[in-house]
Design a protein around this ligand. Structure first.
Ligand code: FES
Length: 151
């Protein structure tokens, strides 16, 4: 799907040096994301990797720094507040590890990247998490499950 358009995007950004220039590479990824309606399919990532001569590990490493770029394997980003005023944060991380095998810095098979972060400016209402850029307060393991499983 969209093979021709992807080839055009690739050739445009190849000519702009996307293999060496990260700004161009990120623009390429964002345009590819838009082409596929918001989520880059695995096949398109492989095509970009091949066309630009990257190692297999390169694009996943770049994508970790740009959580707004979604791929099939990583549709969501989840950050658990580790600020000192958010109680029960350990409970959330333990739940995520036990239920989804999620570790901070990693991608869970349920399709989200887990990170830990600093204060989300809602200290009185913790524990807090940020899910796809939106802060949720008073989060319980059940609330996390609902976000992850989109119930
Ligand atoms: S410490 Fe978590 S919101 Fe401030």
């Amino acid at each position: 799907m969209h093979q021709e358009e992807l080839a055009q995007i690739l050739s445009f950004y190849q000519s702009r040096g996307a293999a060496r220039d990260q700004n161009e590479l990120v623009s390429l990824l964002r345009e590819t994301q838009a082409l596929y309606g918001g989520v880059i399919p695995q096949g398109a990532l492989e095509e970009i990797t091949r066309a630009l001569g990257f190692r297999d590990s390169f694009l996943p490493a770049v994508l970790r720094r740009y959580p707004s770029i979604k791929t099939e394997a990583v549709r969501h980003s989840l950050t658990v507040c580790q600020g000192p005023s958010c109680g029960r944060r350990r409970e959330l991380l333990d739940f995520l590890a036990k239920e989804y095998g999620a570790v901070p810095g990693g991608v869970a098979s349920a399709g989200f990247r887990l990170q830990t972060g600093g204060c989300m400016k809602n200290c009185g209402k913790g524990p807090c998490v940020r899910w796809d850029g939106v802060v949720h307060t008073g989060v319980t393991p059940e609330a996390l499950r609902a976000l992850i499983e989109e119930k």
